[in-house]
Design a protein around this ligand. Structure first.
Ligand SMILES: Nc1ncnc2c1ncn2[C@@H]1O[C@H](COP(=O)(O)OP(=O)(O)O)[C@@H](O)[C@H]1O
Ligand SMILES: [Mg+2]
Length: 307
């Protein structure tokens, strides 16, 4: 297969997935964890970077997982994990420079040898967080099923007269996209993932869903079904395990909730439409296939917007 070299960007080998949203507690770390384990279990080489230098949720999870890996009777996969340290000086700029250096070093170390890099981010706006956005091939923004979470995206959109202005977080993404187009003609596939969906579909959830689909055309993102609110998504954290691990072998049979959790993760990974390594094919080739498919998707979405 050949590619139009005038249009296709130079793709780096590793597909970078950034999990971000300006809202704390929306499930960024939970999604980073489950996505990473799912990709590892599918046989991919995965690296992870924890940019939340304050909470370090992802780092703690993989520390727990590493101790399990030493004793567990079954396979416990681990990514190559990076935890850039928090700058401790009193000078903000010095801190940012140091954090940037370790981040850049981590990316440089894995971009050729790994197929996926999953980056978990803090909720606060920072230089590093913006930088991570502009590197994203796939940007995942988890959001709770409520208008409060949607507000980060839609604040100004309630007022039709103010269209053209976008809310702060969306502005960060649009800026990253602009930068990206300039730097390497690449694109950022922005996927909103609903999280902690209530088991009973409420009126509110349906309204959120409708509003999201309208906004998707305007801001150019996709919407994935996402995860329900389940104890299994949080209770295994201290063990460094997930619903996808062979927990049934440790003690008891799989509960219906664990089975549903596995199905939801599989559906989520599928919805993300990530590059997938076809048998015998070069991974970089599948990155190009991904690029074509996603470019087409956004081209069609733009056409809708202009209608
Ligand atoms: N789908 C879910 N079901 C149940 N609990 C969840 C789910 N997603 C997240 N949580 C819980 O919600 C809290 C916040 O999630 P977390 O992933 O830490 O968010 P963030 O990284 O965005 O701050 C954690 O206690 C986590 O265990
Ligand atoms: Mg977090």
């Amino acid at each position: 297969m050949t590619h139009d070299s005038a249009e296709a960007p130079e793709l780096r080998a590793a597909h970078v997935i950034v999990v971000a949203n300006e809202k704390g507690g929306s499930g960024k770390s939970t999604m980073s964890i489950h996505l990473t384990v799912a990709l590892l279990k599918a046989g991919y080489r995965v690296a992870t970077i924890d940019l939340d230098t304050r909470q370090q949720t992802l780092t703690r999870f993989f520390q727990n997982r590493a101790s399990w890996a030493r004793t567990a009777p079954w396979k416990v996969e681990l990514p190559k994990h990076f935890a850039p340290e928090r700058g401790e000086s009193s000078n903000t700029q010095e801190n940012e420079t140091a954090e940037f250096a370790t981040f850049a070093e981590a990316i440089g170390e894995v971009e050729h040898d790994y197929e996926f890099v999953v980056i978990d981010t803090p909720a606060s706006d920072s230089y590093l967080m913006r930088l991570a956005h502009s590197l994203a091939d796939t940007l995942i923004s988890p959001m709770n099923d409520s208008f409060i979470d949607m507000d980060v995206l839609t604040r100004v959109h309630h007022d039709r007269g103010q269209r053209g202005l976008v809310a702060q977080y969306a502005e960060i993404v649009l800026e990253a996209r602009r930068k990206r187009r300039l730097v390497d003609n690449g694109l950022i596939d922005w996927v909103l993932v609903r999280n902690r969906i209530a088991t009973l579909q409420t009126n509110n959830a349906r309204q959120v869903d409708n509003a999201l689909r309208k906004l998707a055309v305007e801001l150019q993102f996709r919407v994935a079904e996402g995860l329900h609110d389940r104890v299994i998504f949080r209770e295994l954290f201290p063990l460094g395990l997930t619903a996808m691990d062979a927990i049934e072998e440790a003690s008891h049979n799989l509960t219906p909730s664990q089975q549903s959790a596995r199905r939801e993760i599989a559906t989520l990974v599928n919805d993300l439409r990530l590059p997938s390594r076809a048998e015998g094919a070069d991974y970089l080739e599948s990155r190009h296939v991904w690029f074509e498919a996603i470019s087409n998707y956004y081209r069609e979405l733009t056409a809708k917007k202009d209608d």
